[in-house]
Design a protein around this ligand. Sequence first.
Ligand code: XMP
Length: 516
Amino acid sequence: MTDIHSQKILILDFGSQYTQLIARRIREAGVYCEIHPCNRGLDFIRSFNPAGIVFSGGPSSVYDKGAPLVPKEVFGLGVPALGICYGMQLTARVLKGRVERSKKREYGGADLLINDRKDLFHGIKAKRVRVWMSHGDRVEALPPGFTTIARSKNSDICAIRDAKRRIYGVQFHPEVVHTPKGGKMLENFVFRVCGCKPLWTMRSFIDSAIADIREKVGSDCVVCGISGGVDSAVAALLVHKAIGDNLTCIFVDNGVLRRGEAVKVEATLRKNFRMNIRRVDASKRFLGKLKGVSDPEKKRKIIGNEFVRVFEEEAGKIKNVRFLAQGTLYPDVIESVSFKGPSATIKSHHNVGGLLKKMRLKLVEPLRELFKDEVRSLGREMGMSAEIIDRHPFPGPGLAIRIIGTVTAERCDMLRAADGIVLDEIKKAGLYKKMWQAFAVLLPIKTVGVMGDERTYENTVALRAVESVDGMTADWVRLPYGVMERISTRIINEVRGVNRVVYDISSKPPSTIEWE
Ligand code: XMP
C-alpha cells in the first residue's frame, strides 16, 4: 500500500484569509499538505519533513514591530520554498533583499509578463497572464542569488527565483479563482520543483483511513451520532468499512428535522450499507423542553444539551463501547489563523466534552484531515448517493431556529410542509445544486387574506435561497419568477394556516443566512 502521507507540503500560515485555498489547490493536485501557524519553529519544520514549504500571505508588513518572520535556517534545509505575497516579502527580507513599504495597496487584477517558463510557469504559454494582487509592500531589490521570472506593468519584480536553493516568491495570489492559471503554477511547484507525485486521492485515503481506524479501535465498539448531514454519514460509513458491526449509529429524532431529511439518510445507511442504526424518537422530549422558549440562543442550548442526554442514554445500552466517532473536518481542526487564536469555526453545537468524560470514551475522527469537497468525493468513492452527498447544510438546531418565536408541534408541521414544497420546486427547476441553501422560515406574524368568500387571518412564510462558497458570506439567489410563483401558490394552497409568502432579499453580511 502506498503511504499517501509520504510526501507532504507544509503551509505556514501568516494569517491570510486565503491560506485554506492554498491547501485545497495543492490537495486537488493530489498532494497531501497541512497548514500550521507560522511560528512553529525550526525543529517542528525539520520533524515535519516536508517535500516543500509554502509561506502564505498575511496582513502584516515585514517592517511592523513583531511582524512574523521565519528563521533564515529554513532556507538552508535544502527544501524548496514558495512565498506568496507577504510570504515573498518575508523571504526577501530574511534573505537580505529590500522590501519597500508602500502606502497604497495594489488590489485587483493585473497582467503578468512571464520571462522564464522553466519551472513555476512551465506550460503557461499566454503572453499576458491574469493574476490577482492584494498587497501593500513590495520587493524593490532582489536578495543575492535571486532572479526575476515575471513582472507586471506596475512592478518589475512580480515573481522571483533562487534556482540553486529552489526558493520562489510570487507577489500575487495563485490560490484564488481570479488567477486562472494559479492552480497550474501550484502544480508546477509541487510536481516540478518539489518532485511530488499525485498520491493523495480519496481512493487511497480510504485504505489508509481504514487501517488507522482498525489500529486505533481494535475489537472495541464505537458509537456515532447520525444527524442527516453529509459529514456524519461519511464518517460513519468509513468506520463501518473498517470495523463492521462493532459500530452502532444513533440517530436522534429531535422533532425539528426537515421532512424526510434524516430519515432518508438512515434508510440508505441501513439498507444499502447494512449498518447498525438505532433510531430514537425523542421529539416529544425536545418539544417539551422548547415549550415557551423564543430566544434563539436558548433554543440552541436546549437542543444541544438534550441531544447529549438522549445520546448518552442510548449509548449506555450498548456493550463494550470505548469510542465515539465524529465527522470533524479539517477546517475545524486547523489551529492556524496564527494571530487570531484558534479557528473561530469550531462548532459548539454538540458539546461532547462532558459526554466523553462521563462515559470514558475516546474520539475517532476519521475526517479530521479532509476539506468538505474531499469528504464529498470520499462519500462518492464509497458509493454514497448524490442525494445524500449534495444535500444543503442543515443547522443542528433544525427547524427550531426557523420558527421565529415559540416552537410548537403544530408550527413544526406547518414549516415542514412549507419547506418541503420549497425544496421540491427548487429541485424540479434544476436549481438545487446551484445554491448553498434554500428553505422556508415561519414568521410570528399573522396577516389578513381572502380565500373564496372568506376573510382569513393567518401565518406568513418567508422564502430564503442563498448562494455561498463557505457560508461565511452569502448573496440571495435571483430566483426565476416562475419558480417563486409555483412555490408561493403551492404553499398557500397546500399548507393549512399560511396565507402569505414573502422573499428574503438580504445578503450576508450584514444579514445572516438563518433568521435566528
Ligand atoms: P448564519 O445564519 O450564521 O449561518 O449565516 C451560516 C451557516 O451555518 C449554519 N448554521 C448552523 N449550523 N448549528 C449548526 O450546525 C447552528 O446553530 C447553526 N446556525 C447556523 C447555517 O445553516 C448556514 O449554513
